[in-house]
Ligand binder design. Structure first.
Ligand code: NAD
Length: 490
């Protein structure tokens, strides 16, 4: 009997009111792991009301006490890391090592949010005029919510959640309906910390639940991470409803390789960026632009790296790349590869229809390389979100930067070189929110904002670090004067 997942509302696990549900599937085997309810507006309403009530007392808990729950959660997540990582591999497909690394990133965000008693401080200036002081204090907003994607089930909610609750807000998590198991487990750990009921609520579901979150009057702030069309939709609907909103969208990340780049290191890093997590990272390299003499050696080296990458079930020893999320995604990726070929690209390495012994029913695509991709072709501009690398070639760094900036995405751009001057030029001129210099996945640490420009981000304040503190607080300015005649006694 497959488990039907529950929601966690006001400190209690309960069945969703909605009867519609989906199967949660292991993408390596197609085995059904659980059923997830597609919660209705009534479920969201219940969570939002519980969070709104909890907010009245949670905002009054001193920040130094609020973070004690996060310290406990960090300890519990450290202690349960392998179990959580296994769950991520089972429902999401990435390798066990990748899943562990993802969770480390979640934990880092908890650690940073434990500094809220300092991070949340305001400003004060004595005597803005004689005898008058002015101060800015930060206060929580109320109820906030995150709508998360499938590709980092354990990490992405933590770009927001620890900061939101440490700042005194109460919270609703809506995980991706494709990978709801990891957050179920993490919320069970959160429960063990003794966090007061209603401070964190979990609502499973898809579009109906999301729309209810976007429209609910008690929800003040929304963080979204997912594809660009949905990001755009969520940004506009939430903003129309007067909510604070930040939406991280899709990507098509270029990496530029200059002829002086270290061949071995660059190839290893670029292959991990393009094919790690089966290319399902918003910071995955999906275009490699070789400059001048870099073309021949790097094409040969990356092709070799693609061919030799071991693909299989992420819990098996020696596996370097797991499946993509499901059959629909596999079919979509294979169709896009075909489209690239029809647009004139050369299929240097074809990873379609792989035979993975023992996992014939899984959603596998092996590393694929398309060569001589035209910059104006659809394949050069479409997010594939699979282990597919397109190769392009230009003669100068100026042309390479112009190529990067001609795209409508702006999540990440990387340069591989030994030249400091070239690196400096690229860092300054490339139009992307996350820049890597000899780095293939330029993922900001928890104490820096996870940036993103152009169609990869809608909003102004990003997730993580100081941006998250800004996002989850509203500033209040107080101008204060006191009258006292010191010649008179109290
Ligand atoms: P998605 O946009 O399909 O889904 C994301 C969330 O939105 C899910 O919780 C889903 O239930 C909900 N949703 C989906 N369609 C909806 C609709 N029509 N109306 C309302 N809600 C809807 O994204 P995904 O496939 O889960 O994740 C992959 C995408 O996320 C990729 O595009 C990837 O680049 C992006 N991503 C971006 C970042 C970043 O930091 N910029 C990080 C991770 C993933």
């Amino acid at each position: 009997m497959v488990e039907l997942l529950q929601n966690y509302i006001n400190g209690a696990w309960q069945a969703a009111r909605a009867t519609e549900r989906l199967e949660v599937v292991n993408p390596a085997t197609n085995e059904v792991l659980a059923q997830v309810p597609l919660s209705s507006a009534a479920d969201v309403d219940e969570a939002a009301k519980a969070a709104a009530i909890a907010f009245q007392s949670w905002r009054r808990v001193p920040p130094v006490e609020r973070v004690q729950y996060l310290f406990k959660l960090k300890g519990l997540m450290d202690a349960n890391l392998d179990d959580l990582a296994r769950t991520i591999t089972l429902e999401c497909g990435k390798t066990f090592a990748e899943a562990r690394a993802e969770l480390q990133r979640a934990i880092e965000n908890i650690e940073v949010a434990c500094g809220i008693p300092m991070l949340m401080q305001g400003d004060i200036l004595e005597d803005i005029a004689t005898g008058i002081d002015e101060m800015m204090i930060r206060q929580p907003l109320g109820v906030a919510a995150v709508i998360a994607p499938f590709n980092f089930p354990g990490m992405i909610p933590f770009w927001f959640l620890p900061y939101a609750i440490a700042c005194g807000n109460t919270y609703i998590v809506k995980p991706s309906e494709k990978v709801p198991l990891t957050m179920q487990k993490i919320v069970r750990l959160l429960e063990q910390t003794g966090l007061p009921p209603g401070v964190v609520n979990l609502v499973n579901g898809a579009k109906e639940a999301v729309d209810a979150i976007l429209d609910h009057p008690a929800i003040r702030a929304i963080s979204f991470v997912g594809s660009t069309p949905v990001a755009r939709y969520i940004y506009s609907r939430a903003a129309t409803n007067g909510k604070r909103v930040q939406c991280q969208g899709g990507a098509k990340n270029p990496i530029i390789v200059l002829p002086d780049a270290d061949l071995e290191m660059t190839t290893r890093i670029a292959a991990d960026s393009a094919f790690g997590c089966a290319g399902q990272r918003c910071l995955a390299a999906s275009l490699m632009v070789t400059v001048g003499q870099a073309k021949a050696p790097f094409t040969e080296a990356i092709a070799e790296a693609a061919k030799t990458r071991t693909t299989g079930f992420g819990l098996d020893q020696g596996v370097q790349m797991g499946p993509v999320i499901n059959h629909q995604s596999r079919d979509r990726i294979e169709n896009l590869i075909q489209q690239g070929v029809e647009e004139g690209a050369k299929l240097l390495i074809d990873g379609r229809n792989p035979k993975i012994s023992g996992y014939e029913t899984g959603s596998f695509v092996r590393p694929t390389i398309l060569q001589d991709v035209r910059p104006d072709s659809l394949i050069a501009q479409t997010e594939i979100f699979g282990p597919v690398l397109g190769m392009l070639h230009v003669e100068t760094i100026e042309e390479a930067i112009a190529l990067v900036n001609s795209g409508h995405w702006g999540n990440m751009a990387c340069l591989f070189t030994n030249s400091g001057a070239a690196a400096r030029k690229f860092r300054s001129e490339a139009e992307a929110g996350n820049i890597g210099i000899n780095i293939g996945v330029a993922a900001p640490m928890a104490f820096f904002p996870f940036s993103g420009w152009k169609d990869s981000f809608f909003g102004d304040l990003h997730g993580q670090g100081k941006h998250a503190v800004e996002f989850f607080t509203q500033t209040k300015v107080v101008v204060e004067r006191w009258f006292q005649d010191w010649s008179r006694q109290f």
